[in-house]
Design a protein around this ligand. Sequence first.
Ligand SMILES: NC(=O)c1ccc[n+]([C@@H]2O[C@H](COP(=O)([O-])OP(=O)(O)OC[C@H]3O[C@@H](n4cnc5c(N)ncnc54)[C@H](O)[C@@H]3O)[C@@H](O)[C@H]2O)c1
Length: 327
Amino acid sequence: MQTILVTGGAGYVGSHCCLALAATGFLPIVFDNLSNGHREHVQWGPLVVGDIRDAAHLDAVFSAHAPVAVLHFAGRIEVGESVKDPGAFYDHNVGGAITVIEAARRANVNVMVFSSTCAIFGEPAILPMDERHPQAPLNPYGRSKLMVEQVLVDYDRHVGFRSAVMRYFNAAGAEPEGRIGEWHEPETHAIPVAIQAALGQRPNFTIFGDDYDTRDGTAVRDYVHVLDLADAHVAALKRLLAGGSSEAFNLGAGTGTTVRELVDGVVRATGKPLPLRVAPRRLGDAPMLVADNTKARRVLGWTPARDLDAILSSAWRWHQAQAAADR
Ligand SMILES: NC(=O)c1ccc[n+]([C@@H]2O[C@H](COP(=O)([O-])OP(=O)(O)OC[C@H]3O[C@@H](n4cnc5c(N)ncnc54)[C@H](O)[C@@H]3O)[C@@H](O)[C@H]2O)c1
């Protein structure tokens, strides 16, 4: 069985990818400092608790587990925090990524699948957004990811280190049996926040801006099921292991959902009323972000198969399981 090093595999997207890796016959070795991840989410292989900035620890893990590739998810993720503390984002996201790449190279592993984001693009100039969209991140989080993308271009060009750059739009949903799901602290993502409001764990759900030039005035986002993202990672990994070239992919469902449509979907999925509050637009929030996923479909043979209702019902099952466990 081939082993894969999964940095950040105790987190949301990483743990779902571990499930998909195991289902495909790989053994995921999770390396995570548990700063935002959860031991309970590591169910498909061993967990090594460590920090991606610790080169010696990474060397020991490469030597002990002999992975054939790295899936690199670990990093700081909260845009608001990146504005308050840019240094931490460059340290973990850029410095950490280079430390992982260098450790991989010392172990003769020359293949990485990297978690990037649509935040590398900034304000949308063309919709839907394909891989050639101009890159102008609006915050240190997006810039830290773009910097790693650029670092990976140089490693490919000059030392033959190949990568697949996966730019997620809004990762959403959960594994359908409720074993793992979206669990960030603090939680800032729209779907878990809405479900927490439906469960009475928050007083309401805030719609930031209802005066955008969109079909109902609220912002449009592209929600892509986390298990569809996981399928894309496995396809990209297999392609790299078969000798495929370095590529970047925009990974969204390719459909836009307004905040009000999301609210209606949450009410449908939960069967509960969702108390709403409307607040002014937030600085830096684009009116609309939708992926053109043509390249991922063509090159990876990827089809995002799970729709918004599948996303919301799976997220709801996960939150119910969590609420039951907390009681
Ligand atoms: N969730 C989304 O919608 C989304 C969208 C675009 C991109 N991404 C990217 O995908 C990746 C995974 O995101 P997520 O939502 O699963 O976040 P997450 O916080 O759930 O997962 C990140 C994991 O990395 C770990 N980590 C952080 N710093 C570390 C360090 N220095 N050393 C070791 N481990 C460390 C955390 O403990 C956590 O388990 C991130 O790189 C994120 O930027 C996520």
